[in-house]
Design a protein around this ligand. Sequence first.
Ligand code: RUB
Length: 329
Amino acid sequence: MSSTDEVQRIVHEIREMKIRGAGEIARSAVEALLITAESSKSNTPTGLIDELNAVSRLLLGTRPTAVSLPNGIRYVMRRVMADAQQGKTVEQIRATAIRTAQQFVTDSLSAIQRIGEIGAKRISNGDRVLTHCNSTAVLAILKTAWNQGKRFEVTVTETRPRFQGRITARELGSVGIPVTMILDDAVRYFLNKIDKVLVGADAVTANGALVNKIGTSLIALAAHEARARVFVAAETYKFSPETLVGELIEIEERDASEIIAPSEMTQLPHVVVRNPAFDVTPPEYIDLIITEKGIIPPQAAVLILQEQFGSLTPDELSEYHTVRISEQE
Ligand code: RUB
């Protein structure tokens, strides 16, 4: 497969959700930048940067909600642009793009491992944990706790319409963790037997709100009522710098055919079917966020963002947001 085909494959697979989950989306996007830098025939800095920007735009237009995607691209492109401003050669810029892309992937994987170690401390023997969708960070916590000898059980929602809960159930079951799978609609029915809700993140906003798979906010609301604790597992590259300057996270709306077959839709001529893929859980319904830098209350999200992105101007903070929104139009 040529490098252009390989980049197109990554773009296509993110859009079609063969590559999915916020962390994996970011790592694959950064991989596409790495392939572009390695294979570029450009012999000027401008030529190489134009190619990297073109691939960035393609990637930003795939799925709008996972903030890890623009953050991964920003991680590489900020360093590439800094090199260009310092008058470095095309070969030096290429080396920077490759090195920083590799660094992002390595850091991302070690962040997940660290979240596993930190989060496992919050899982106790006898716990009844509920999770929604399929999150690598959540799996890291549960598998780490299990490998430490803690014994607990997990309730998994099936996560309609794409059934990512089945992936979670399979993965937990394969290491011996007892799993019960339930309908998404059955969460409140089972919550009086749940101690902790543990979910992943597509984005965390400056005010500590969580954007995650549709249904997460309803689960958090029911958990609040049932006095079950709500934990979020999120690498800090899922924190949204754009929200520092007032931008909103766009919620991806997917095709109605994921919910109802087009042939059945024709029988319902006056019905509109809506299929948002994510929703927003306010910080009041979240007990803590487990990051690779430690455990924080949702209200401290702004501190993580200031530490990571405090040096950027408002325009720099929202530049990828603007591209992303225009790619959706
Ligand atoms: C996946 C989803 C996951 C987060 C976190 O949605 O909502 O909870 O992305 O996952 P989709 P991870 O299947 O639509 O991509 O911890 O693996 O980054």
